[in-house]
Each structure stands twice: as C-alpha cells, then as structure tokens.
Design a protein around this ligand. Structure first.
Ligand code: MN
Length: 326
C-alpha cells in the first residue's frame, strides 16, 4: 500500500481529525488545512484546524471557524484519532507543537510537497512535484469521495494560486490547471478570490507604498535597490507597521536589481526585509546581522538607525555581489 493509500485509509476510519499547518502560515498552508477541515465536516467527521501562529487577516475568510492555537495542541492531540500535518513535515516549522512523544507520532500523518522532511509522523506522503499542498489535499478529498462545496473549492484554489504565484511561477503545471478547472466547476470564482486577497487594502497601504517607492535608491550599478520608511512616514499617513508586507518585492521589477532591501524604522528599531535573485544569498547577509531566512528572502532587526544600518548592509551586499561568498 502506498503512503497515499494509507493516509486515505486513516482519514476514512478516523472520527475526530485535527488538521495542522506550519508557523508563519501562507495561502497554501491555510488553504489546504481549511479545505480538508471543511470537507471532513461535510463528510460527517469531527474536525479541527490548528495553526501555531496568528492567522493573517488577509486569509481570515478561509477557515470554517477560527483556528485553534499552539496552547490547544496537547488537549486536541489527546482528543483526535488522527492528526494531519499539511504543507510541512519539519518539526522546526511547527513552533510550539511537540510531536516527539511516540503516542502523538503514531496518530500523525503528514502531507507535504517540500523536499526536506523530519521524523514527525507515522506516515509521510511527500510529493515535491506537486505545485502546492493544496493539490495533494484535493487528491485526498477526491479519493475519499468526501463532499466538496464552493468554500472548500475556494480554499483549495487559494492554496494552489498562492504557491504558483497565480500561475506565474515555474511550478505551474497541467495537474494544477486541471485541478483548478474542477474547482471552478464547483463554483470557485477566481475574480472574487483575487478581489478578497489583493484588492482589499486600506488607502494607507497605497500611500505607504508611494512613500517607499519615492525613497528608492539604486546603488552598485543599479544592482542594489534600497527603500526606506521612517517613523514620520507612518505617523503622517496613519499607516500601521504590518502594511509594509511585500513592498520590498516592488524593487525586483527593475531588471538590473539583484538585491532589494526595505528598511523600516519602528519602535526605536530598524526592521529590514531582503530579497534577491539567484546571484545573491540574502540569508548569509541577514545572518551577519543576527537575522535569518532563505537564500532569496530574509530579514533582520537592529537597534541602529536606518541610515547607519544601511551603510553597514550595503557593505555586506557589495561583498556578496563581488562573489566573496556564494
Ligand atoms: Mn506550500
């Protein structure tokens, strides 16, 4: 029996199911977990969804009920017949949840499309060829013959569209498009989802973006882009600190830019978001300043003011670009 069949079997026989996704949850984790919870409930199961971090406001409409949090984990782990982890299989991404006990591992299965996995579940179905965990969740629901309504279809679509960058990334494939076609037949409407996710900003967010863009500096032969938002920008506009999300990516629209940097002055500190293309590893730069992240996306915080921190960071970026480190 394949891992897929085993997980289908476990889902079919379980009465109480706890679905879990990773910390710093994204559209795929939230969409997959929400869809499976909705479908399990429609199939007459008792089902709960747990997210170890706060649910971002943008995705709050996806889960059928407010998700449980890390403090609920031990109680829900005892309650559940089956725990299903979606969109990760690495303990480090499940902050605050302890899967090390044998009795928990025995009732846990994981459904993931990432290459790295850890010792966390009794059954692990990984498929790195799947564009999103949402594809895998959809295939499980289909194999189970569980009901799927419009909300379930929307959650699955949100998962796949999120991880494929709305079908722009290289992982966009026929399997994703076929699945989206099926979900569209169930009532999923792309324009409505797009509106809810991306055309739902407060005016302050656009005013903040305008400030960030007008602060743009291009350095090192236009290969490094720096944007800076200062305390007074937030005060004058009335914007909040979380409205800077994704702003740093705007600078990558410039073809010459290899490293993009957004410095945000906040609560007497400077918060920095870093993005890069293949030629540079911003995780290495962030690590030099006590931060962290991935090669293409990283971040850090410092007690330095934006201007002196910028000077230091530019030195580290220039060293990266000269090929000192890979
Ligand atoms: Mn994913």
């Amino acid at each position: 029996m394949t891992e897929f069949d085993t997980i289908v079997d476990r889902l079919r026989t379980a009465g109480k199911i706890l679905f879990v996704t990773h910390a710093r949850p994204d559209g795929d984790g939230i969409g997959s977990g929400s869809a499976m919870t909705i479908s399990a409930l429609l199939a007459g199961k008792e089902a709960m969804f747990l997210i170890p971090d706060a649910l971002p406001e943008t995705y709050a409409f996806l889960p059928p009920a407010p998700p449980a949090s890390a403090e609920d984990f031990n109680r829900l782990a005892q309650w559940a017949d089956l725990i299903v982890i979606v969109d990760t299989s690495v303990p480090a991404q499940l902050t605050g949840l302890d899967f090390s006990a044998e009795w928990i591992k025995a009732k846990t299965v994981a459904v993931d499309h990432h290459v790295t996995s850890g010792d966390i579940a009794s059954v692990l179905w990984t498929d790195p060829t799947a564009s999103a965990a949402g594809i895998m969740a959809g295939e499980l629901i289909k194999a189970l013959n569980w009901p799927m309504d419009e909300r379930c279809a929307e959650s699955l679509s949100a998962a796949v569209l999120s991880d494929t960058g709305w079908l722009r990334f290289s992982n966009t494939d026929a399997r994703s498009l076929r699945a989206l076609a099926d979900w569209t037949l169930l009532g999923f409407q792309p324009d409505r989802l797009y509106r809810k996710l991306y055309q739902n900003d407060r005016p302050t967010r656009i005013r903040l973006a305008a400030r960030a863009l007008s602060s743009l500096e291009l350095l090192e032969g236009d290969r490094i882009a720096v944007m800076t938002l200062r305390r007074q920008d937030f005060q004058q506009i009335g914007a909040s600190a979380d409205e800077t999300e994704n702003l740093v990516n705007e600078a990558l629209r410039i073809s010459s830019v290899v490293i993009a940097m957004l410095l945000v002055e906040q609560d007497g500190q400077t918060r920095v978001s870093l993005r890069s293309r293949e030629e540079a590893n911003v995780a290495q730069i962030a690590a030099q300043f006590g931060g962290g992240g991935h090669a293409r996306a990283a971040g850090l915080r410092s007690s330095d003011d934006p201007d002196s921190l910028k000077t230091k960071l530019l030195g580290a970026c220039a060293a990266q670009l000269s090929g000192a480190t890979g």
